[in-house]
Design a binder for this molecule. Sequence first.
Ligand SMILES: Cc1cc2nc3c(=O)[nH]c(=O)nc-3n(C[C@H](O)[C@H](O)[C@H](O)COP(=O)(O)OP(=O)(O)OC[C@H]3O[C@@H](n4cnc5c(N)ncnc54)[C@H](O)[C@@H]3O)c2cc1C
Length: 481
Amino acid sequence: MKQVEADVAIVAAGPAGLAAAVAAAEKGARVVVFEKSSVTGGCGNMAMGPFGVESRLQKKQIVGLTRDEAFKIHMDYNHWIPDARLVRAFIDKSGNTIDWLEDMGVEFIMAARHFPLSEPTWHILKTHGGAHGTGAIIFKALTERAEELGVQFFFNAPVKKILKENGRAVGIQAVDATGETVQANAKAVIVATGGFGGNAEMIKEITGYEWGKDLFSFKIPGIEGEGLKMAWEAGAARTHMILEMYCSVPRQGDFWNLDVVFRQPNLLVNLDGERFFNEEVFQNNTFAGNAISGQKGRCAFMIIDDAIKKQYVKGNFDQICFDIPIEDAAEFDDELERATEEGTRDFFVADTIEELAEKAGINVDNLVKTVAEYNRACASRDALFNKNYAYLKPIRKAKFYAGKLVPSGFGSLGGIKINHKAEVQDDAFNVIQGLYAAGTDANSIHADSYTFIMPGNTMGFAINSGRIAGESAADFVDSLA
Ligand SMILES: Cc1cc2nc3c(=O)[nH]c(=O)nc-3n(C[C@H](O)[C@H](O)[C@H](O)COP(=O)(O)OP(=O)(O)OC[C@H]3O[C@@H](n4cnc5c(N)ncnc54)[C@H](O)[C@@H]3O)c2cc1C
């Protein structure tokens, strides 16, 4: 068995683990990182940008909110269920973290809103050509900085176990790329394996959703809940765990045109053919996911007619979906044809409402009644949910279309209990000396839904809690000297 000596051993090099590595090394700690895949950055490589408040960029652009305001919004939205000290520590650090990344050469275009009713907290990355970039830019810069500071990386090296002695975390065991066990003896350990969003069994056991049946979230390979299991085995308390949920058409990435059209604020019905949601709220896609999750079969159908479709085909959307990488839905018909050929049973077209309901498996009589009621509302007002008049478009002109919407999402949230210094706590709220956790594994700052109104907050939490964990671990190492 190989042996490595370090001050801080870090489990994974995703956004949280990598930020932790740089932060600990900047404080002078000798750091070793074990990453299961062959690259750094984890899911963050696909992300568009992290959360920040009171960053230099926001001050320059005169946008954004204060840390106090962001804290209040977060705590009120989450009914003061999360640990307020942890939320405060994350928010307080977030602006400085954007500046920290800028000082490493990362460029952000702007602090943006995801949708009109959200806050401008999302720091969108800029490529060298000036276009929208992805989180990969951040993780390239952090990796270079880590290497410059002498951080040692093991890739293709999944960690299997946290080592403890006299109640303290003293290292980890991993298997390296050659299959040999490597033991890192360290004074502190940081766990950051990104939750269980890629593990269908854990999703079912913890959240009750069946991936591929009533959940169509990103299932990123390698994100298997290993850090959670290791930390729990080492005595960490469990927090509540949720999905970072939103809603979309099934297989969203294969059908962007259908996704963008069927996520506009038009008539939404459940299998009983009844409305259950103010479609205007669709812009907070997490709320839409919650409402759909409560319906029969955990699904819903958006109904449009040909006139509405034509508007979107030209790119005249009623609501902008910032996360959908297309500017019009010109390929709507092609995608519909492909979906039908593939036998998806998720998208339907018909000459009458009755035929549409029949094809989609929606209660026919009820849908006919609902469409008639909805069309009357379009001519007066929506007495049921008071939807904004601007979004009341009648369903009149054949052909008629129905698109299925289902709970979807980025992954999981929560699992390992930490305090505001990212120290792991046991069931009795005692700190497990030398053990830290960060990122998705420890993201318990959302109550039952993630705080979509302040965009960028999950990768933001990962990077900031990682930084906090790295700094705390380095301080702990110093305290032992
Ligand atoms: C498509 C997509 C878009 C997104 N967009 C945004 C966005 O714009 N803004 C935002 O805030 N968030 C976004 N997110 C969420 C964001 O990516 C996550 O919040 C963030 O990546 C979490 O960081 P993490 O370090 O906790 O975990 P991850 O990024 O999941 O990284 C975990 C790492 O752990 C490694 N690992 C797992 N098990 C082991 C083991 N046993 N040993 C060693 N290594 C292990 C994995 O290989 C991986 O590298 C997006 C997510 C997806 C999927």
